[in-house]
Design a protein around this ligand. Structure first.
Ligand SMILES: [Zn+2]
Length: 161
């Protein structure tokens, strides 16, 4: 275990089977024995993943979080996805309007969303998850929380950045 919980990194953990969380708020790290909030899975995959997310078909799970912490977390998750989708739609729409080649449109979308993705990597949210090939992939901002989480679950894979 590491005591270094830098906010400029995140820990990715893939869980097999049921998910258990430490009895601590995933946002502020203080005790949160009974309060939970439901969060939706992130889009996984550029096209199908985005459509699933837009139609509310990504899985939902309850994470331990105080009411106010949960609101902040949900807003952060929503802002992140809507922001990327709006940027992609504007870039894609402009590309189609000017009748550009699909490859060029793809490159423009990539160029437009890359700074936003880099910013998100540097400023991770407290927790994010996505369904990846039947397992759940979690990303945690706090590496200590991630270690406690990993200890409670059957972990298929983890990575520290
Ligand atoms: Zn909290």
């Amino acid at each position: 275990m590491t005591s270094n919980s830098s906010s400029k990194s995140s820990t990715t953990i893939i869980v097999k089977g049921g998910v258990k969380f430490p009895a601590k708020c995933v946002v502020c790290g203080q005790s949160s024995n009974i309060e939970t909030v439901f969060i939706s899975g992130e889009p996984y995959g550029f096209w199908l993943g985005v459509w699933k997310w837009l139609f509310g078909m990504t899985p939902e799970i309850a994470v331990p979080a105080h009411k106010e912490c949960g609101k902040t977390l949900k807003k952060g998750l929503l802002r992140k996805n809507v922001h990327l989708m709006i940027l992609s739609a504007i870039a894609g729409g402009a590309g189609l309007y000017f009748d550009l080649d699909l490859l060029v449109i793809g490159l423009i979308i990539t160029a437009v969303i890359t700074p936003s993705i880099l910013w998100q990597i540097r400023n991770p949210l407290p927790v994010e998850f996505a369904e990846v090939e039947g397992n759940l992939r979690f990303k945690f901002r706090d590496s200590n929380y991630a270690c406690e989480f990993a200890a409670l679950n059957v972990v298929a894979w983890r990575a520290y950045y």
